[in-house]
Design a binder for this molecule. Structure first.
Ligand SMILES: Nc1ncnc2c1ncn2[C@@H]1O[C@H](COP(=O)(O)OP(=O)(O)OP(=O)(O)O)[C@@H](O)[C@H]1O
Length: 557
């Protein structure tokens, strides 16, 4: 098979090499005594050569290859731990996905194809030219180092300016994106002109770079044409002498001239591709680095028990975020979340409450200690199973473009409309969804932008409830819900008696009924008990309520 492909490639590569030769043959035949058979066979060979020169079919392979690399890279990226995304800039990831994969595709398919083809063609042309006139061939080859040098200098400058132009264009796009996504802030601060100016400034930078790049190209083209012209003058002069002395025919000279212009092009291509391939090696290295990267938080657990109570134990956790390894956020943190009970985490801002939730979702791995579910380490559970059993509703509900139905059933392949509606009812979302013209098929827009924050939040709650999780985490969800929605959601949650419920709340009124209230401060459990116990103790929970009351944040005290 590989021999067949190799033979086909050689035919493809070498086909167009013979076109100038047969062109010369045709001229000689027409110039001498006309012989129909010879004329027809020269034309036939020319046609065959043209047919074999359609190597451009390989372009289809490039597109398919690049797509596969992109999909593989995207798959590898989505498997990385959350800490990875916090330490790498989004721009870098998108650049890997778009620019580097394209460069790689071009290198592997197009460049290798063109390099091989041009190399074979160049060697073939030189031998055919030698055959026509070795003296003229040496004359022509003297031009090669000059052409190579000019091409090399040009490629270096051109690529440097092209990269700078791409960066500058990215900055201009970034300015436009920022202004469009923050258009409300722009309007309310009356900074439309300032934003336009910022965009204009960045576009001007791009324009200057582009002008510089075009000038370099113009100078290069001029230099190239002048060298080519000088060479052609020499060649015609000596060619005429050789024809006179009978060393070659007119047809031979025509073939030679055609080869000479092709040879110049081939040498320029070889120099360019070589430089381009060196660049692409760097890009490919970065792509492979991500493709081969093993996530720091392993997802190789296998446990999928039939019965799960959802009892969670945080055992002596010490944790610092990968982006700030020197700042310990949780210190010797221990806590039990009992099945069928509601636990509320309260405390001042920035003390580690949401961090507990992130660890429970296995976004990060604690440096010390472990989290157990039903006495088994969280990491021993199957990744899919774990995320079906532990569901989270966050402060900022994130929806994806698509219908409401798609968003509620997000990640569940076999979810019926009845189940979706049941979850939406519990989340007090069903009524507002039914009032929409297309009901559950209504598009939510990019990031759910066509819905209000409360509506987005209720859909996010339905998305968590439809999974019937054993452990449900609500991270400060009540701030965007009105009192009616909040009551209905609480009633719905009360109807799941075996569920482990973890609630993070700033509005302390909402968690008074919790089975256990835990005050988190300085990354530790400072106090724990029921509302009444903690009020009687007059400790940090009591003081927190007092503080919120005096600040007017908790009017329902
Ligand atoms: N991804 C992160 N990388 C680095 N530090 C972080 C990260 N997320 C949070 N932190 C820091 O960790 C500490 C605890 O944050 P956390 O979000 O857990 O607090 P919190 O108690 O939930 O606050 P809030 O009530 O305001 O949500 C804070 O000092 C915060 O700045």
């Amino acid at each position: 098979m590989s021999l067949f492909i190799g033979t086909c490639c050689v035919c493809l590569f070498s086909g167009e090499m013979f076109i100038p030769y047969y062109t010369g043959r045709v001229i000689d035949i027409l110039g001498s005594q006309y012989q129909p058979n010879e004329f027809m066979s020269a034309l036939l060979f020319m046609e065959i050569s043209l047919t074999f020169s359609l190597g451009g079919l390989l372009l289809c392979a490039i597109s398919a290859y690049t797509c596969r690399i992109k999909v593989k890279l995207f798959g590898a990226l989505t498997k990385q731990e959350i800490g990875f995304f916090e330490t790498i800039k989004t721009g870098e990831i998108t650049s890997r996905l778009s620019r580097d994969t394209n460069l790689m595709g071009r290198t592997v398919c197009l460049n290798v194809n063109v390099l091989l083809r041009t190399f074979i063609k160049t060697l073939g042309m030189i031998s055919l030219m030698m055959n026509l006139s070795w003296k003229l061939t040496f004359l022509v080859l003297m031009e090669t180092p000059i052409t190579g040098l000019i091409q090399n200098i040009y490629d270096t400058h051109y690529q440097r300016l092209s990269l700078a132009m791409q960066d500058s264009m990215a900055l201009a796009n970034e300015a436009a994106n920022e202004a469009v996504s923050g258009i409300r802030v722009v309007r309310s601060f009356n900074t439309e002109k300032q934003e336009s100016r910022r965009y204009d400034d960045r576009l001007m930078d791009t324009h200057i770079l582009k002008t510089r790049r075009d000038t370099v190209r113009a100078v290069y083209l001029l230099g190239r044409r002048l060298t080519g012209l000088a060479m052609q003058v020499f060649m015609l002069y000596y060619g005429r002498l050789f024809i006179r002395s009978g060393q070659m025919t007119t047809g031979n000279l025509v073939s030679f001239i055609l080869y000479q212009s092709n040879l110049g092009q081939s040498i320029r291509t070889l120099t360019y591709i070589f430089g381009d391939m060196l660049n692409s090696v760097g890009a490919a290295g970065k792509v492979f680095e991500y493709l081969d990267r093993k996530p720091n938080v392993s997802t190789e657990g296998k446990l999928q028990p039939d019965q799960l109570t959802g009892h969670i134990s945080f055992r002596h956790l010490n944790f610092a975020y990968p982006a700030c390894p020197n700042k310990t956020v949780l210190q010797d943190f221990s806590l039990e979340l009992k099945s069928g009970q509601m636990t509320a985490l309260v405390g001042p801002s920035g003390e580690g409450k949401s961090t507990c939730v992130s660890l429970l979702q296995r976004f990060y791995e604690p440096q010390d200690g472990e989290i157990l579910m039903d006495s088994e380490p969280l990491k021993s559970y199957d990744h899919r199973f774990l995320h079906k059993k532990i569901a989270v509703v966050n402060q900022e509900p994130v929806l994806f473009s698509g219908s409401i139905r798609d968003n509620i059933a997000y990640g569940l392949a076999d979810c019926s409309l009845d189940e979706i509606q049941e979850a939406a009812r519990k989340a007090n979302a069903h009524d507002f969804i039914e009032q929409l013209e297309k009901g559950y098929d209504t598009e939510v827009g990019e990031g759910g932008g066509q819905l209000s924050k409360s509506e987005r939040q209720r859909i996010a709650i339905a998305r968590a409830l439809v999974r019937q999780p054993q452990v449900l985490i609500l991270d400060e969800i009540t701030s965007s819900l009105d009192t009616e929605s909040e009551n209905k959601v609480q009633q719905a949650l009360a109807s799941c008696p075996n569920q482990t419920l973890l609630v993070i709340a700033h509005r302390l009124k909402t968690i008074e009924k919790a089975d256990q209230i835990v005050v988190v401060s300085g990354g530790r459990v400072q106090e724990r008990g029921t509302h009444q116990e903690l009020m009687d103790r007059k400790g940090s929970y009591y003081k927190l309520r007092e503080k919120l009351f005096t600040e007017g944040n908790s009017p329902q005290r």
